[in-house]
Design a protein around this ligand. Structure first.
Ligand code: FAQ
Length: 334
């Protein structure tokens, strides 16, 4: 629903002469670097595009708890358990800030949740891959949070005020997440030969799915042009993917691990690495619901929603009783 509503507008950017005076004023504010606040006028397609992106981002944070939450009871030490618990709780908090930011655009959290649970709205492809062993928790922190930060740091400057402010706080916490993942990788890579093998195996499995997090290549990106004109996005998918590769290659070298790409090499002329594209057919299959864990992830969220129904019903019943009591007290006082 959300995607279709936006895609009709997202084919190209409206030329200035075709914009209404209101749209021109809006674009001028964006171009001048002003923040747009919830109660201010905005084109409907801007609102819908933001609901789509912020909603998917929120869902990613919530679903993203599942692969790591799976390891809280199996963390190798008490210290690692406490760190992982804190990280997973942070992700829940990120989801909540983002749902709040989306709500300022006139959609309710329940509507967004229902769109996730029915499969109408997406969440990041990366969370449809399994975490098979402890090294995967290191790889998720290092690579997945590393990719998330690369994408989110520029979003601190996004044009919609509540989204940009949520990003500032989220980025601070994501930096800790990435460091804890790298720390796990360092321990594993310098541990026993078996641990080192596990670290390499985790890198092998998480490398390409991490590159996919940035979205399709620019030529296939549906929303980038309009989102960038509105500063909903600050960089293209390929720009951020390139920066991520350039940042991660020396980190892998420091760990003594090999990035699973025989084509990976420094290109002096472009001042960055050449690298192999991910398998985009796998990416689109995951988006369609056919990744290794899509069904499990959605089922876990659906069960959580059903298990929490009694609590939501209780809150609503309590609010109704409190309203009735207040109304009765008002009548009695008159
Ligand atoms: N997965 O036209 P574009 C995290 C969809 S947070 C699934 O290029 P756009 C923290 C896209 O929605 C990770 N779908 O789209 C954490 C669109 O479909 P639609 C999440 C994807 O929006 C760490 C279609 O493909 N971060 O990890 C993906 O301009 C560890 C065409 O694509 C954000 O959401 C994908 N990877 O660019 C938590 C950041 N890529 O909607 C726990 C904010 C593309 O028309 C543990 N979002 N699609 O049906 C963004 O920056 C953008 O939305 C992009 C995609 C860059 C993700």
């Amino acid at each position: 629903m959300y995607a279709q509503m936006v895609k009709t507008d997202g084919k190209g950017i409206k030329p200035r002469e075709e914009m209404t005076p209101e749209e021109q004023r809006f674009q001028d504010r964006i171009d001048a670097g002003e923040k747009i606040e919830p109660k201010e006028w905005m084109p409907e397609a801007y609102r819908q595009n933001l609901i789509r992106q912020i909603g998917q981002h929120a869902h990613s944070e919530i679903v993203g708890q599942l692969p790591e939450g799976n390891w809280i009871t199996r963390a190798p030490t008490l210290e690692r358990k406490a760190i992982l618990l804190a990280k997973v709780q942070d992700e829940a908090g990120h989801g909540l800030y983002l749902y709040c930011a989306a709500e300022t655009l006139g959609v309710s959290r329940d509507e967004l949740t229902e769109a996730l649970l029915s499969g109408k709205m997406k969440y990041s492809s990366i969370f449809n891959y399994p975490t098979l062993n402890w090294a995967d928790i290191g790889a998720v922190g290092w690579l997945v949070d590393g990719a998330a930060i690369m994408n989110q740091v520029p979003l601190q400057r996004t044009s919609f005020g509540p989204y940009s402010r949520a990003m500032i706080r989220i980025c601070k916490e994501e930096s800790f997440h990435q460091r804890q993942g790298y720390d796990i990788m360092m321990k594993m890579a310098r541990g026993t030969p078996e641990q080192r093998e596990m670290a390499q195996d985790a890198l092998d499995r998480y490398w390409y799915p991490s590159l996919m997090m940035f979205g399709p290549s620019d030529k296939d990106s549906v929303h980038s042009a309009q989102s960038m004109a509105w500063k909903i996005k600050i960089n293209t998918n390929d720009e951020l993917r390139q920066k991520f590769v350039d940042q991660t290659v020396p980190q892998a070298k420091y760990l003594g691990l090999t990035i699973p790409d025989p084509e990976l090499k420094w290109n002096e002329e472009k001042g960055g690495h050449d690298f192999s594209e991910p398998d985009w057919s796998e990416f689109y299959a995951v988006l369609k619901g056919n990744g290794p864990c899509n069904r499990d992830r959605l089922e876990a969220r659906q069960n959580a929603w059903e298990d929490g129904r009694w609590f939501r019903d209780g809150l609503v019943a309590h609010a109704k009783k409190a309203d009735a009591r207040r109304a009765a007290a008002r009548v009695a006082a008159e």
